[in-house]
Design a protein around this ligand. Sequence first.
Ligand code: SF4
Length: 82
Amino acid sequence: MTPRKAIAEKCKDCTYDEFDTGTWIFQVEKCESVECSLHEFRPMTNATQTKLKAEKYQNMSVEEKEKADVLADIVRKRFSRK
Ligand code: SF4
């Protein structure tokens, strides 16, 4: 099991209520226990991850954006389907 999966399982076990609204990951994303050591590592929906990445990119310096763009290009080329 990977650390990411272990955290996801812990968060799901901690928060998920099958009778509440939303999927388990939606419910975990809404967790407000900021004092929990796993809080910043908890799973989030793809939509939220995309939004947070965009916000982080917006706040980067020009140099940081250039580095991020180069890295994103490398990742895109490496993992693009042929
Ligand atoms: S981050 Fe929230 S859901 Fe995850 S273990 Fe901590 S308190 Fe539970």
